[in-house]
Design a protein around this ligand. Structure first.
Ligand code: DX5
Ligand code: ZN
Length: 216
């Protein structure tokens, strides 16, 4: 089943505990945490200090998406809040292989994210064999509620093709502008993990489950 990862960027920050409780009865769900540093992207969100009690409010795996210039600095603090998946941006890093090893030593899952303008080909096969997830950004990272970039679908197809030809297991996650229509296209293209912010949190909390169901 497709994993759905609600992005708390669009949640009510002043009410985050109860917002998370709304997902208690869902399965195959990750909580997507958008960490932005105001440098890699023109927006600033939260770090581990703000999220340190997040595990009290959810049992779902925490999925951290680092839109930061120095992702390595976030290993220690996010390990301490019990993060499941650690995704860093390919564009922010020089020594990818070494960072993947450090992430794998500290987290269950390591992801690499590609900006819309970064082609799939930048990641060599030997690294695809090491990682657990590729995140295809389908908007320019930084903000929720943006329009889906159609070219992302081809990148998902390309990755799904490589994955099946080489017998690899990494998840294909897509983030940005995911709604009922784009989700259907993305699932058809081979994505199995969809991040959604405004599509879920744009509705009243009694509709979150229904929105998740539509994405699946
Ligand atoms: C954007 C973030 C996304 C964002 C998606 O840079 O990485 O996770 O919350 O929001 P929507 O689903 O509204 O496009
Ligand atoms: Zn994200």
């Amino acid at each position: 089943m497709t994993i759905i990862a609600p992005s708390i960027l669009s949640a009510d920050f002043m009410n985050l505990g109860p917002e998370l409780k709304n997902f208690d009865n869902e399965s195959n769900l990750w909580i997507h945490l958008d960490v932005m540093d105001g440098h890699f992207v023109p927006n600033l969100t939260f770090g581990a200090t703000v999220l340190k009690n997040i595990k009290k409010y959810t049992n779902h795996p925490l999925d951290a998406h680092f839109m930061v210039r120095n992702p390595e600095d976030f290993i220690e603090p996010f390990k301490n809040i019990g993060t499941h998946n650690f995704t860093f941006h390919w564009e922010a890093v020089t020594h990818h292989d070494s960072l993947i090893s450090k992430v794998k030593n500290n987290f269950d899952s390591c992801g690499i994210s590609l900006n819309p303008s970064t082609p799939v080909e930048v990641i060599p096969t030997y690294l695809l064999e090491k990682i657990d997830l590729i995140l295809i950004m389908s908007v320019n990272p930084g903000f929720g509620g943006q329009k889906f970039i159609e070219g992302s679908v081809d990148k998902v197809k390309q990755l799904a093709d490589i994955r099946s030809k080489k017998g690899l297991k990494f998840q294909i996650q897509v983030d940005g502008g995911v709604n009922q229509q784009t989700a259907q296209t993305l699932r058809g293209a081979g994505a199995n993990n969809l991040v959604a912010g405004s599509f879920i949190f744009g509705e009243s909390s009694d509709k979150y489950s229904a929105q998740i169901q539509k994405l699946r």
